[in-house]
Design a protein around this ligand. Structure first.
Ligand SMILES: NC(=O)c1ccc[n+]([C@@H]2O[C@H](COP(=O)([O-])OP(=O)(O)OC[C@H]3O[C@@H](n4cnc5c(N)ncnc54)[C@H](O)[C@@H]3O)[C@@H](O)[C@H]2O)c1
Length: 428
């Protein structure tokens, strides 16, 4: 029998080895995603202070004993022990591990916000450039299927030159109460300001849509914490929903209804209050922990509504609104060009071009996974870049994140100082 010539396949490169710093909600999620791309990456180390979370993580990912740490500070004391790190600690703990890991020679996938001060964002970008490291920042909207499609349509010129756009972020009353009143991001001293913690994605996306070649020039912003305050606490309400609150049965923010009496305690947001998801453990968590506090009696200080006006080069104007006061979540976007307009509500894109009176609709199929499949794409593109040593596929690298975080810092300064801010004034 005639032999067919066989071409030798190049050897498959070994998966990149990754440490997860901060194995909470996001860190555990990233570890699962890395496991989905097992030819590209493998989780080999973890740093996590909470014993139950760390133990479960170690078991699930079979992390070797020598590569388990309580804190990122312990991890960076060791010489480099894998290829890359995912930094999914809380907001105030991004710059420390990012700069330390970059200096040790790790590549980095960094959760947003890049850092909570402009100086720290610059330090990360500087360390990335000095080391030539691959850094991806998790600006999830850039990776979301629908938001990607919008960018593609705009770049195709279908509505012509952009004149203005308006983006609305509907945080939703329940999400606000969970994350930005009771939870991790309610108090600026423990996390950061609202426009950074929740809306750096939105400002980033606006700047990304408009394009690097048309930079943001000036911003102004207004916003307040008006509702989730002690002044609005119902008469007779105690500190906790479990303390016999007289309005608990009808309160939309009841912790008992949100964290205990739910269809599935493994689902967000109920899942966040305890690692053990039995009804007893959740009840105990709201009796003692942060999620059982009356939403009108917490230590929250971040705004519950804010608007930002932005002016970009070439006379482009944009507005952004975040509000807690919506029933459901999601974003709504309107973009106005000189040839037509584009409307997007996260499930459907409508393009209306002038002169033909016709609307063209694109219905987007659902994609599974966090941020409409965006989280999975973030991880895949980052792992691919680790292999190719080419970060051109990473749409939110350190330079891009620094560029758009600068706008967020400027907008917040405008809100606090009651004046318009020029972005050029932030560059000094
Ligand atoms: N890209 C997105 O859309 C998106 C969505 C949600 C959260 N985030 C960001 O992801 C980050 C993590 O959020 P999360 O919801 O997973 O919070 P989380 O509280 O569930 O996780 C943070 C983890 O860090 C751990 N930690 C604390 N100190 C540490 C230390 N010294 N060393 C190592 N680990 C430490 C905590 O124990 C916790 O498990 C935050 O910065 C948040 O803003 C981004």
């Amino acid at each position: 029998m005639k032999k067919t010539a066989t071409t030798a396949r190049p050897p498959t490169p070994a998966p990149k080895t990754v440490a997860i710093l901060g194995a909470g909600g996001r860190g555990a999620g990233f570890a699962h995603l890395i496991r989905d791309f097992r030819l590209l990456g493998r989780v080999v180390a973890v740093a996590e202070p909470r014993d139950d979370y760390r133990a479960a993580f170690v078991k699930e990912h079979r992390v070797a004993a020598g590569k388990v740490f309580k804190r990122w500070q312990d991890f960076v004391k060791k010489p480099k022990l894998c290829d890359a790190v995912v930094i999914s600690t809380m907001d105030r703990d991004h710059a420390g591990p990012a700069v330390a890991c970059l200096n040790l020679g790790y590549d980095v996938l960094l959760e947003k916000p890049m850092a909570t001060s402009l100086a720290d964002c610059r330090a990360i970008e500087d360390a990335q450039r000095r080391r030539g490291a691959i850094v991806g920042v998790c600006h999830s909207l850039r990776y979301n299927k629908g938001f990607r499609k919008v960018k593609e349509l705009l770049d195709s010129g279908v509505i012509g030159r952009i004149m203005s756009l308006d983006l609305l972020e509907q945080v939703a009353y329940g999400h606000q109460a969970h994350s930005f009143v009771r939870g991790n991001w309610g108090n600026e001293g423990r996390s950061t300001f609202m426009l950074m913690s929740k809306c750096c994605h939105d400002i980033d996306y606006i700047a990304y849509l408009i394009g690097k070649d048309k930079p943001c020039l000036r911003v102004s912003s207004f916003g307040h914490l008006s509702h989730f305050t002690r002044a609005n606490a119902p008469a007779g309400s105690p500190e906790r929903c479990t303390d016999g609150c007289p309005v608990e049965a009808t309160c939309p923010y009841s912790a008992i209804k949100t964290y205990v009496q739910v269809e599935n305690r493994h689902w967000w947001p109920a899942s966040v209050c305890s690692h053990d998801h039995s009804a007893e453990a959740h009840l105990e968590a709201i009796r003692k922990g942060p999620y059982g506090r009356c939403v009108y009696r917490c230590d929250n200080d971040v705004v519950d509504h804010q608007v930002v006006s932005l002016e970009f080069a070439q006379d482009i104007t944009a507005t952004f609104t975040m509000t807690a006061f919506t029933q459901g979540g999601g974003r709504k976007l309107r973009i106005h060009g000189d040839k037509g307009e584009l409307l997007f509500d996260e499930s459907r894109i409508t393009v209306k071009t002038f002169g033909d009176n016709n609307g063209h609709e694109i219905t987007l199929g659902r994609e599974n996974g966090g941020h409409g499949g965006g989280d999975s794409r973030v991880v895949r593109e980052w792992l691919q870049a680790l292999h190719s040593r080419d970060d051109s596929g990473i749409v939110a690298n350190a330079q891009e994140a620094l560029r758009t975080h600068t706008i967020v810092f400027a907008a917040e300064r405008s809100r606090r100082e009651g004046r318009m801010m020029a972005i050029a004034d932030m560059r000094g």
